[in-house]
Design a protein around this ligand. Structure first.
Ligand code: C5P
Length: 282
């Protein structure tokens, strides 16, 4: 049997950095949302692991999160199963859109289906944290308040957002560890993330991202891009995760930005025991 699964990107509707921990990670609080921009991951059991991808810039060796997730699944379940993967990549890399994390979560879910559901979704969510802080989120409802280093999640009801967003990915990416390393906590406003969540759920969203300070310092053109997006008519233009993609709201026509890629997206959600469905709109 071959599975073909949708592996969605995510955005952070707000992103608060609370402090730096002794283990080097940062304590965060963020509202995560999965979106209709995503990859197609095809998976079938095979005699050995292999991975092919439409994006030649993406390493397909054992460092790829899909193969790392496969290895982890074998270790956790004790099942000697191997798989052949084909990844049709749509999610820009080094964008803060969680593409690699989503692929890893989709892999865990797919292998568990192909192995006959040997693990529960709770177990898969727990194991996902070994692969990265953003990976567990994809086992949520698709709308989740994430805390800790990002791996503690509280699934929320879908946000009922009907308006489309634009994802704008400028040329060039940023490395997540580098952005965190350049974060100066003394520059960040002291907001209470629980209040931000409450306001968001009551329909008074305050879109902010504490990682913007470090990303803009590392790549000043991102600050210029944000101003350009606002001047062009978007009332919201916010970098997602550690960048360099922005999600924008409130304008039908994005400006012409040389080298940038544009995606019109909506929110998507996942039902329990099921994976994300391919969206009708993209
Ligand atoms: O968890 P993940 O492997 O995605 O994290 C990559 C790097 O990003 C970490 O090694 C750490 O430097 C940084 N990070 C952090 N705080 C977080 C998540 C990631 O400092 N909450």
């Amino acid at each position: 049997m071959k599975l073909a699964l949708f592996s969605p990107a995510k955005v952070n509707l707000f992103f608060r950095i609370l402090n730096k921990r002794a283990d080097g990670y940062h304590e965060i609080a963020s509202l995560y949302q999965s979106i209709s921009l995503g990859d197609r991951l095809e998976v079938e059991l095979a005699g050995a692991d292999s991975l092919e991808c439409t994006d030649p810039t993406l390493p397909c060796d054992s460092s790829n999160l899909i193969l790392r997730a496969t290895d982890l699944f074998r270790k956790k379940t004790g099942r000697k199963i191997f798989a052949k993967f084909f990844l049709a990549k749509q999610i820009p890399i080094e964008a803060g859109l969680g593409g690699g994390s989503s692929n890893a979560a989709t892999t865990l879910w797919a292998l568990n289906e192909l192995a006959g559901r040997v693990a529960s979704e709770e177990e898969l969510t727990l194991w996902a944290a070994d692969l990265g802080s953003d990976v567990p989120f994809f086992f949520s409802s698709g709308t989740a308040y994430c805390t800790g280093r990002g791996e503690n999640l509280k699934s929320l009801a879908p946000l009922n957002e009907v308006e489309k967003y634009w994802i704008i990915k400028p040329d060039g990416g940023l490395s997540t560890p580098l952005v965190y390393k350049n974060t100066d906590l003394s520059l960040i406003p002291n907001r209470d993330p629980e209040k931000s969540l409450e306001a968001f759920l009551q329909g008074n969203p305050d879109y902010f991202n504490d990682l913007e300070y470090a990303s803009f310092k590392l790549e000043p053109s991102l600050a210029q891009l944000k101003s350009q997006l606002v001047e062009s008519g978007f009332h919201t233009a916010l970098m997602t995760g550690s960048g360099t993609a922005f999600f924008c709201k409130g304008s039908k026509t994005p400006p012409n930005i040389p080298g940038a890629r544009f995606f019109s997206v909506g929110f998507v959600n996942k039902k329990r025991e099921k994976w994300y469905e391919f969206p009708e709109f993209c």
